[in-house]
Design a protein around this ligand. Structure first.
Ligand code: HEM
Length: 360
C-alpha cells in the first residue's frame, strides 16, 4: 500500500512550473472538438478524456498531497504544541521570529521544502548550514529542536521537520503582528542536503532586479510573490558585510539613513563584519508594511531590497503595498502558501526524521 501511495505521488506530482504548453495543446484540440473543427469522433473522445485527466492532474499540480488537516487524526494537537514552543522562544527573544521565518525560506528555495536546511554537518556528511547564505547567519535551530521534542512527545515519528518549519514560520509571523494563513502539511524530510544548491539557489543581497525575478521564477514563484515575500524584511537583522557596499557606494540611498547605518558598519572588511542592523529601521520586531514605505524613501538596507523600488517593473507593486497593508497581508499569505508548495517530498519519499538534525 505504501508503495502504491509513493508511486501515485511521484506520478501525480509536477513541480510548480507544470507542463503549461502541453496543457494548452490539449485544450486547443478539445476546443476544436467542441467548436466542430472536422475531427474524427474517436480523436475527440481521446482529446476530451485527456483534457479531463489533465485537469485532475493540474488540480494536484502545485501542491501534491499537502493539506492543512494532514495530521488531524495522527497528531491532532500539532498546531497547539508548535505554537506554545514558538511563543516561548519569541517572548524570550522577539528577533527569533524573524530567524524562524527565514529558515523556512532557506529550506524551500534549496531543492524544495524538505527540512534539508536542518541537517548538521558530520565528518561524512556536508549539509547546508555552512553554505554562504547560512554560515554565521541562519539561526533558530535550537528552537526547532524544542518544537520537535514537544511534538515527538505527543506523536512520535509522525510529524516531519519540514512541516514543523512551515508551521513555525506562520506562527512567528502571527506573533509579530502579521497575517495568518492555513499551513498545508504532509511534507516529508529529505535524506540528503546540498551545500552547492544552497549556494546557488538562494538569492544574494547583491542581486539586481533581473536576478531576483529569475531566482523566484526558478522556484516557480512570480514577481508578485517576490515583492510580497520580500516584505519579510519588515522583521529581523542583517550583518554589516551584507549591506556595506550599499551604504558606502550607492546613491539611491537616503542621506541620513546612510549616516546612521555607517556608524555601526565600518567601511572595510574586518571585525565589524558581523555588526547587526535592523532590516526595517522603524519597526524591526513588528511584521507590518513599513518595509515598503522605507523603500519609497530609499531606506532599503540591502541592495536587493532597494532594487524592488529602483525605477523598474516592481515599483508600482511596492507603492501598492506601501499604501495598502491589507493588500500586502493577503498577497504575503498567498505567497507563503505557494512557497510552501515547492517540491515537497510526499507519499513514501524521504522520511519523517526523529531528530531534525540527522537522518534516521
Ligand atoms: C528576495 C531575495 C532575498 C534576499 C537577497 C535576502 C537576503 C537576506 C539577507 C542578506 C539577510 C541578512 C542575513 C544576515 O546578514 O545574517 C536576510 C535576512 C532575512 N531574510 Fe531575506 N532575503 C530575501 C528574501 C527573503 C524571503 C523570501 C524571506 C521569507 C519568506 C526572507 C526572510 C528574511 C528574514 C526574516 C531575515 C532576518 C533574519 C534574522 O533576523 O535572523 N528573506 N535576507
Amino acid at each position: 500500500m505504501d508503495n502504491l501511495v509513493g508511486l501515485s505521488s511521484s506520478l501525480l506530482y509536477k513541480p510548480p512550473m507544470c507542463t503549461t504548453v502541453i496543457h494548452a495543446k490539449i485544450l486547443h484540440t478539445s476546443l476544436a472538438c467542441i467548436v466542430t473543427l472536422p475531427m474524427a469522433p474517436s480523436s475527440c473522445f481521446v482529446a476530451l478524456f485527456t483534457l479531463s485527466c489533465t485537469l485532475l492532474l493540474l488540480m494536484g499540480c502545485s501542491d501534491a498531497q499537502l493539506s492543512p488537516d494532514f495530521y488531524s487524526k495522527s497528531c491532532p494537537d500539532v498546531f497547539t504544541g508548535v505554537k506554545s514552543q514558538v511563543e516561548s522562544a519569541v517572548s524570550k527573544e522577539p528577533g527569533m521570529g524573524a530567524s524562524l521565518l527565514r529558515l523556512f525560506f532557506h529550506d524551500c528555495f534549496v531543492n524544495g521544502c524538505d527540512g534539508s536546511v536542518l541537517l548538521d554537518d558530520t565528518p561524512t556528511f556536508t549539509g547546508e548550514k555552512n553554505a554562504a547564505p547560512n554560515r554565521n547567519s541562519a539561526r533558530g535551530f535550537e528552537v526547532i529542536d524544542d518544537v520537535k521534542s514537544a511534538v515527538e512527545k505527543e506523536c512520535p515519528g509522525v510529524v516531519s521537520c519540514a512541516d514543523l518549519l512551515a508551521i513555525t514560520a506562520r506562527d512567528s509571523v502571527v506573533l509579530l503582528g502579521g497575517p495568518s494563513w492555513n499551513v498545508k502539511l504532509g511534507r516529508r524530510d529529505a535524506r540528503t542536503a546540498s551545500q552547492a544548491a544552497a549556494n546557488s539557489s538562494l538569492p544574494s543581497p547583491t542581486s539586481n532586479l533581473t536576478d531576483l525575478i529569475s531566482s523566484f521564477e526558478n522556484a516557480g514563484l512570480s514577481t508578485t510573490d517576490l515583492v510580497a515575500l520580500s516584505g519579510s524584511h519588515s522583521i529581523g537583522q542583517a550583518n554589516c558585510a551584507n549591506f556595506r557596499a550599499r551604504i558606502y557606494n550607492e546613491t539611491d540611498l537616503d542621506r541620513s539613513f546612510g549616516e546612521i547605518r555607517r556608524k555601526n558598519c565600518p567601511s572595510s572588511a574586518g571585525p565589524g563584519d558581523n555588526n547587526l542592523a535592523p532590516l526595517d529601521l522603524h519597526s524591526p520586531v513588528a511584521f507590518d508594511n513599513t518595509y515598503y514605505t522605507n523603500l519609497l524613501q530609499f531606506k532599503g538596507l540591502l541592495h536587493s531590497d532597494q532594487q524592488l523600488f529602483s525605477g523598474g517593473s516592481t515599483d508600482s507593486l511596492v507603492r501598492t503595498y506601501a499604501s495598502s497593508p491589507s493588500t500586502f497581508s493577503s498577497d504575503f499569505a498567498a505567497a507563503m502558501i505557494k512557497m510552501g508548495d515547492i517540491l515537497p517530498l510526499t507519499g513514501s519519499d524521504g522520511e519523517v526524521r526523529k531528530n531534525c538534525r540527522k537522518i534516521n
